[in-house]
Design a protein around this ligand. Structure first.
Ligand code: G3H
Ligand code: 13P
Ligand code: ZN
Length: 307
């Protein structure tokens, strides 16, 4: 099965009131865990690659690993660039065969963001590639993506941005943030703003970044076995379910993968101090990714049996 575009996935998701999980991938075990879960759930999938993932694994390795998954599975899979910072990286992955890119001009002025997005749209659409853009800013820090404060997306600007840039989907800022420390007190997600944006852009797919729910069992397991991940808090699952019914067709998840892997490896090291075969601790780590993704598809995304 060749890589697919998100177009049909998002049309079906929009109509069905569910969302497609976009999972960040960095290595073989992560890809295998995600694919095994989606296979069992018969769910469409987006595998996304950040600039940091591309540096870590190399574009060729990532593409070949995804090709291996496509060879062994009949799932519709889209390969997406996460947080493309400039035109060049978008062009490189489009030329390399990705079916979807994000151009992230969210740190720029409104006009600069439109111009950059439009430049990527012109190149991508010529080759049948999907373009996600971002308007507003999420707080949080990752390798290449960081912001101290969040700037919520303005609904009027969102309409103008989509019209003028020609982007295919739009990531909006409504209070989520990247990483494991999303909220200090109550999780404050502006679902009303999301509903307003969605009603102003009917049938247009929206995207939610920073959407990990930071499962407490992972945080507790990591901390029990020597971790120091205190005060971590994610987006409550019911808020994500509501977002999926309000025009959000793509929900981005990276932190939950990282937490599941790290918690299980810490546990394994603590319980098996004399072992040194990486397969012994990568196996439960891969299983944790699979279990987490399966739960996500079932309880949060609602994309089970959507193929
Ligand atoms: O939003 C960013 C993703 O979680 C990727 O993080 O840049 O550390 O690979 P990364
Ligand atoms: P999390 O840090 O909440 O997993 O968000 C990931 C993300 O938005 C990737 O683009
Ligand atoms: Zn993101």
């Amino acid at each position: 099965m060749p890589l697919t575009s998100p177009k049909k996935m998002f049309e079906d998701a929009y109509q069905g009131g569910y969302a497609i999980g976009a999972f960040n991938v960095n290595n073989m075990e992560i890809i295998q865990g995600i694919i095994q879960a989606a296979e069992e759930e018969q769910s469409p999938l987006i595998l996304q690659v950040s600039a940091g993932a591309r540096r870590y694994a190399g574009q060729t390795y990532i593409i070949k690993l995804v090709e291996a998954a496509l060879q062994e599975s009949d799932l519709p899979i889209c390969l997406h660039l996460d947080h493309g910072q400039d035109f060049d990286i978008c062009k490189e992955v489009i030329d390399g065969g990705f079916t979807s890119v994000m151009i992230d001009g969210s740190h720029m002025s409104f006009e600069e963001n439109i111009n950059l997005t439009k430049q990527v749209v012109d190149y991508a659409h010529d080759k049948g590639v999907w373009v996600e853009a971002e308007l507003g800013q999420l707080a949080g820090v990752e390798d290449d993506v960081s912001s101290e404060k969040s700037i919520y997306t303005d609904p009027d600007e969102a309409v103008e941005f989509v019209e003028r840039s020609g982007c295919d989907s739009l990531a909006v800022a409504i209070g989520t943030s990247h990483g494991a420390y999303k909220f200090k007190g109550d999780p404050n997600i502006d679902l009303e703003r999301l509903e307003t944006i969605s009603s102003r852009l009917p049938n247009f797919p929206l995207v939610l970044h920073g959407a990990s729910s930071v499962p407490s069992e992972f945080v507790e397991m990591a901390n029990k076995y020597g971790g120091q991940i205190e005060g971590a808090q994610g987006v409550p699952e019911e808020k994500l379910r509501r977002a999926a019914q309000s025009g959000v067709c793509k929900i981005n998840i990276d932190t939950d993968i990282r937490l599941g892997i790290t918690a299980n490896i810490r546990k394994h090291f603590a319980e098996n101090p004399s072992e040194f075969d990486p397969r012994k601790y990568l196996k439960p780590a891969r299983q944790a990714v699979k279990d987490m993704v399966q739960r996500k598809i079932d309880h949060v995304l609602g994309s089970s049996n959507a193929i």
